[in-house]
Design a protein around this ligand. Structure first.
Ligand code: MF3
Ligand code: CO
Length: 247
């Protein structure tokens, strides 16, 4: 069942989303060679709580940390720990923040120091794919058009699309209906005003194939090539969309 949020619910999600955005800015300031992913996790955890919000990855189906940090060939659900960030890494930060029972989910990938041009393109074009998908969002549009736009943008830029994970509805739960795939599917979902969804392309520089790490959480690329991830929580409006996880 796809829920339509009330104005009050959207306002609470926007507040959760703004905290999410500010936390991303705070973490980004500290992403430098020498810091560990565990230290970045603790910075985020503290900041989120200081804003009267909850870091909702912590304890979600047993996830052990407050945010997900996925480096290089890690696609998503990297567990923060002792790993030291190095020059040339790309670092995906994914977090879910809850304010008064409402959630916002957003991810971004950072480049650390200098990386090869193709890796820089991977990161920039994954962000581009997110906005290519969002550009289709509007009440009355088929959700499939959003998915197709992301897939086409990825392929036009020589990137492959991870299919094992998808975007999702979000609200009072982290994962609500509908699924929001980053590739064409047969879906009859029509976007309506007040639907809140997380759109989140996960794109690979190499092949699309992934596997689950021994830690039972982290998804990695089989060919060990880097992967990037950008995500925003949005609300569908009559004429388009509004980003809830922004300024
Ligand atoms: N944005 C991620 C998702 O939608 C957040 C997962 S939190 C975790 O799946 F606990 F599952 F890691
Ligand atoms: Co998500």
């Amino acid at each position: 069942m796809i829920s339509i949020k009330s104005n009050r619910e959207i306002e609470l999600m926007k507040h959760a989303g703004h905290i999410n955005y500010l936390t991303h800015r705070e973490v980004a300031k500290h992403i430098k060679p020498g810091i560990t992913t565990g230290e970045l996790n603790d910075i985020a955890d503290k900041f989120i709580r200081s804003m009267d919000a909850i870091p909702s990855c912590l304890g979600y189906e047993g996830f052990p940390k407050s945010i997900c940090i996925s480096v290089n060939d890690e696609v998503v659900h990297g567990i923060p720990g002792n790993r030291v960030i190095k020059n040339g890494d790309i670092v995906s930060v994914d977090m879910v923040t809850t304010y008064k029972g409402y959630l916002a989910d957003s991810a971004e990938t950072h480049i650390v120091g200098s990386v090869p041009k193709e890796v820089e393109n991977l990161v920039n074009d994954t962000k581009g794919a997110l906005y290519a998908g969002l550009s289709k969002v509007k009440a009355g549009v088929k959700l499939e058009e959003v998915s197709a736009a992301i897939e086409d943008y990825a392929h036009e830029h020589g990137l492959s699309v991870v299919e094992e994970l998808v975007g999702h509805g979000v609200g009072s739960e982290m994962h609500e209906d509908p699924d929001v795939p980053n590739y064409r599917t047969k879906s009859n979902v029509i976007l309506k005003e007040g639907m809140t969804i997380a759109v989140e392309p996960m794109l690979n520089l190499g092949e699309r194939y992934v596997y689950l790490d021994d830690n039972d959480w982290t998804i990695k690329t089989q060919d060990e090539m880097p992967s990037a991830h950008f995500e925003h929580t949005i609300v569908v409006t009559k004429d388009g969309y509004e980003i809830l996880t922004g300024e």
